[in-house]
Design a protein around this ligand. Sequence first.
Ligand code: CA
Length: 735
Amino acid sequence: MRAYLMSLAVAAPALLLGLSACGNTPTASTESPVASKTNAVGAAAIGAERLIASNSEPGSWLLAGGDYREQRFSQLDQINETTVSGLGLAWYADIDTERGQESTPVIVDGVMYLTTAWSMVKAYDIHSGSLLWAYDPAIDRAKGADACCDVVNRGVAAWNGKIYVGVLDGRLIALDGKTGKVVWEKQTTDTTLPYTITGVPRIVKGKVIIGNGGAEYRVRGYVTAYDAETGEQAWRWYSVPGDPALPQEQPELKDIALPTWNGEWWKLGGGGTLWDGMAYDPELDIIYVGTGNGTPWNQKYRSPGGGDNLFLSSIVALDPNTGKYIWHYQTTPGETWDYTATQPIMVADLNYPATSTSKGGKRRVVMQAPKNGFFYVLDAKTGKLISAEKFAPLTWATHVDKTTGRPVEIPEARFDKTGVAAIVAPAALGMHNWHPMAFSPETGLVYLPVHVSSSTYASPPNFEVNLKGWNTGIGFTAGQGVTPVVAGGAAPKTEAYLIAWDPIAMKEVWRVPNTDPRGGTGVMVTSGNLVFSGNHAGEFNAYDARTGKKVWSSPTQAKVVAAPATFTVDGEQQIAILVGARGLPIGQTRTVPTSANNSRILVYRLGGTATLPAEMPKATAGAPITVKIDPPLLTASNETVASGELLFGQNCAVCHGAAGVPAAGSIAPDLRYSALLHGRNLWNGAVRDGDRAQRGMPGFSTTLTAEQTDNILAYVIKRANDEKAAQEAAAKPKP
Ligand code: CA
């Protein structure tokens, strides 16, 4: 079977998509009760009632977030701590892109819909695993340069026979659920600005709600609702005030937000983009949205003199019918470290026990674990802070004052004010990023992927606008001969783990360390007392939801960053996970002709016996690559190298890493190993002329002088020679 498919794949890769379901003989299609009722397999016949009652239909996974409350909890329990040992691969399909795969599938009326890198959409028959249709929005690949953190997409929304996808270039597209043909498309952004969309559209009462990203560059954040049938704009809500000389679009921008800003932030948009987290409470009829960091990051250059800079880094409650502001809670006032609050948001009912000071009882809450490392529980109706505690060893604040609701900062962490470079935890990637968390109403626990990090933040003497790339206003190294202060006294070690968090006691209950510390991964929890989550080591695992004990594991051949979904096929529970991220797990080789990082959708069932291919077919397998460090000799002066270091920190480090060492999970290459170091013409082609714009490296000819890019080259050659010397020293036998 495998040999047949692979030889076919070599001959005709385009056919592979439709034929890559392996190992499971298609069975006669017995329609699910809902599908029978509507007689519409593949119709995505979703309306308001079906979405609100999604918990009564556990055989489907109707929203990427599991349900409107985004709990990513399933009542299915056939796969449980007793039966899970028999869980095996039912089928898989190869994905034809090779960047990060971040989407959770939506499964409705017999069809699984998912998105891949470059905002492509695919629909699979859940009975056979065969591809029903695929849609490619044909994004100009140069647009990848506007995506801070890879050309990813986190999934679709389904409504009334249509499938909705937000596209990297700012389009919102409605597709026919049966055919994948475009029904309508709408440009939601100004195409002259570096806006991107990577998030999932949410649909409330016939309105598609979509945000955008770009706060690393120079945009103003907003979220927009469109009529799901026509694409006509219904409302738009801006997260930060515009030019104060002009009328503000919303009363709260003028009354609440504007007084918290200084300077000329609007010239760079101010940031505050809403690129991921949202949740809807159908009973309160409120949609909760999360806002991002400021532009530039460094508050000294964004809003000189300080201020809270509302509504950056906030959870905001909006009326989904009108977009009207209801309340907000700001997690990081005056943020200056890229501490967004766009992370996943969750609505839940928590049962508080009676105490000496409170009679306890059920409360409807909103929960979030944003980048800044605090876990927040807010009253869903009023936004009042119920609790906020550290879920990770952050060093920018000591605690959150429960009376004021404000964090108490550690003074040296605020490098923008002190002018002294500081090592602060977390780094810009956050203690928790977009990776979905899950909540089980049965255990009362939140399952949260944590990624501990720290970084040097320095305030360079000047800030110049970069029209082609990032505008952080931050140096990521302290500079030659400068020792940064360490906020909080010590920086935590970099590690990744999954925790179970009690949101009432606000305490960690159990913890499972990740075998590979490089980054987070998504989570799902089920009534089978199981938590499902992958990792960067190439495993898909199940844990006992009450104890954290690992009860099952399966190799994925790929890094896993997305979250799983679960559903039934003819009454039998199955589990789906999309795999593939930057690079391969350590020790893993390529096994997919269409994707260098082994991107695939994997579907599991009890008794499944399908297997992943062990190796690439001979015709396409390449020789193993060993990368040797081989820089030219350093001939530049110390002054040139020092100038290059400063410029590198301001212009290159955000992607290529502090001191030229890319951060874990970075999509940018390690320049110390680059062949470009061997010729100024080669270097300038990529760095100045934009030869690699299609691959995400913008040209810097309008923002940096030729002397400046020469100095950066000298600095990278210096760093490469440092590394070469270190490797040679390490290889020498010890006396
Ligand atoms: Ca950011």
